[in-house]
Design a protein around this ligand. Structure first.
Ligand code: ADP
Ligand code: NI
Length: 212
């Protein structure tokens, strides 16, 4: 675990788009917390998958969905992890990423569901708000474009080619995550974070129109 922690920490040092080491760190902590609540999960799989889940994001590898699983496999082989562990972690990473509002995930195991929920919880709430604006700024997208249409995406290609404002991203993705949680603990934790985002958007629109 500590070798993997160092590897991921080094790899994400200097990343400032919200996909940084601290995202990996928070997802790792959240995943451990959910695993303790849910009981019965293999903690080694949960922790490795949490740390490695964004190791090579398909969005930054020309949409190559296999980039992440491949990179994780390479790393786990280099530290001589068990073949079964490698296969399981690789499968979780392949299936965890949000690929559009009408594209469902394919997570089969409790360990996968836990890491999925940990990752999505870090996309909502106060941290989620911070991350969406960091991402939008880093990718030269506006904070808000009044009148912009919210698209629903049936394929990952549609999702990837859209370049919405940060506020539109709330509607395209962040506000949908609460109902896509896969564990009881994740669902419960998502409620407060979701309400916080709704409040934020209410304030945002009120201020935008010159309100108090
Ligand atoms: P996932 O972990 O589900 O694969 P992503 O890597 O797509 O999530 O996104 C991570 C975070 O980056 C999101 O929670 C969001 O804050 C931000 N982000 C991703 N896509 C966009 C976008 N189109 N506009 C603004 N922020 C985005
Ligand atoms: Ni992530």
């Amino acid at each position: 675990m500590s070798k993997t922690e160092n590897f991921v920490h080094k790899k994400f040092d200097g990343e400032h788009t919200g996909h940084d080491w601290w995202h990996m760190y928070r997802v790792w902590q959240l995943a451990k917390h959910i695993a303790r609540e849910e009981r019965g999960a293999n903690l080694l799989i949960v922790e490795l998958a949490a740390l490695l889940h964004d190791i090579a994001d398909f969005k930054f590898h020309n949409g190559d969905i296999e980039a992440g699983p491949k990179e994780a496999r390479k790393w786990l082989m280099s530290i001589k992890a068990d073949q079964k562990v490698i296969d399981h972690v690789e499968d979780i990473i392949r299936n965890i990423s949000f690929k559009g509002s009408e594209v469902s995930n394919n997570l089969k195991t409790l360990e996968g569901k836990i890491v999925h929920d940990a990752d999505k919880l870090d996309a909502i709430g106060a941290i989620g708000i911070a991350r969406v604006f960091a991402y939008s700024g880093a990718h030269e997208r506006p904070i808000y474009t009044p009148g912009e249409k919210v698209a629903s995406h049936k394929t990952v290609e549609e999702f990837l080619t859209s370049k919405p404002s940060a506020v539109t991203h709330f509607h395209e993705k962040l506000l949908l995550l609460k109902s896509r949680m896969c564990t009881k603990t994740g669902r419960e934790m998502a409620i407060r974070r979701h309400e916080y985002m709704e409040k934020f958007l209410e304030e945002f629109h009120s201020e935008w129109e010159g309100g108090s």
